[in-house]
Design a protein around this ligand. Structure first.
Ligand SMILES: NC(=O)c1ccc[n+]([C@@H]2O[C@H](COP(=O)([O-])OP(=O)(O)OC[C@H]3O[C@@H](n4cnc5c(N)ncnc54)[C@H](OP(=O)(O)O)[C@@H]3O)[C@@H](O)[C@H]2O)c1
Length: 252
């Protein structure tokens, strides 16, 4: 019974695990007994996180996941360190908010490569390790992948594609006992979201569209992610859970 509700000795890789939602996932995983490899560009944020967590069950891989060569580096270094993987959380994400007609092809590539290609490549290249451990993947999508929001079309496209990637991999890899799920947050209080939420009028508009009447905390998301990774969720695959304070069910 007890092992259904923890992540004891699971080896987890969390992309973008130094700030915001990824940081909360890393902290939650450590508390639940996992070893965590965090991937991000800036080591300073990792060192701050490590000093907060005070655990030797956390380590860092410096990589820019928008770059194909850095993705390869992450695969190689994870194999060298553990040669095993139980959990992959594809959390890294960024956005450039614009109207569709204003995007350059460089911006298109940057958003696609960071948000989508990294998840596709890491999932694909960790397949053998995940198969060996009967592990699982969680993709961090967004409610912007479910409906039109003001985030910009490219971000929405990547987040919708992550949900479809989740379904395809879940279907393909169920026979290998690899589960693949996704989580779709609405506004969560992180550095990324603060870039727009610092505008008081915008913030009030967001709250008016949120039945629970607050924006989410990173821990609201990390709890859902941790659950999906636990043995307790053994029969759940191919699903996308919205962590949105009721936003996606709020009609008129
Ligand atoms: N916050 C929200 O309201 C919200 C809502 C829905 C969905 N989401 C999704 O949730 C995920 C996390 O968002 P967040 O708000 O927590 O973001 P955040 O606060 O900006 O944190 C992003 C994390 O990713 C890392 N990162 C960014 N670009 C990277 C790159 N090219 N290579 C490697 N690491 C990179 C950052 O570290 P470095 O800068 O050091 O690389 C940081 O650790 C994203 O996929 C986002 O789309 C967020």
């Amino acid at each position: 019974m007890t092992n259904r509700w923890n992540l004891k000795n699971k080896k987890a890789l969390v992309t973008g695990g130094t700030k915001g939602i990824g940081k909360a996932i890393t902290q939650e995983f450590i508390e639940l007994g996992a070893d965590v490899l965090v991937v991000a560009r800036n080591e300073a944020d990792f060192l701050t996180l490590k000093s907060e967590i005070k655990s030797d069950k956390i380590d860092f891989l410096q990589a820019d996941l928008s770059k194909a060569e850095d993705i390869q580096k992450v695969i190689e270094q994870t194999e060298n360190k553990w040669n095993a993987l139980d959990i992959l959380v594809n959390n890294v994400g960024m956005n450039i908010r614009k109207k569709t007609l204003e995007y350059s092809s460089e911006e298109y590539d940057q958003i696609l490569n960071t948000n989508l290609r990294s998840a596709f490549e890491l999932s694909k290249q960790f397949y053998l390790l995940l198969k060996a451990s009967q592990g699982n993947i969680v993709n961090i999508s967004s409610v912007a992948g479910l409906m039109h929001l003001r985030t910009g079309s490219i971000y929405g496209m990547t987040k919708a594609a992550l949900i479809q990637l989740t379904k395809n991999l879940a279907g393909e890899w169920a026979e290998d006992n690899i589960r693949v799920n996704a989580v779709s947050p609405w506004y969560i209080n992180t550095p990324l979201a603060q870039t727009v939420l610092k505008n008081k009028d915008y913030y009030n508009e967001v709250i008016s569209r949120t039945p629970i009447k607050r924006i989410g905390n990173p821990e609201d998301v990390s709890a859902a992610v941790a659950f999906l990774c636990m043995p307790a969720a053994a029969h759940i695959t191919g699903q996308c859970i919205s962590v949105d304070g009721g936003f996606t069910i709020y009609g008129f």
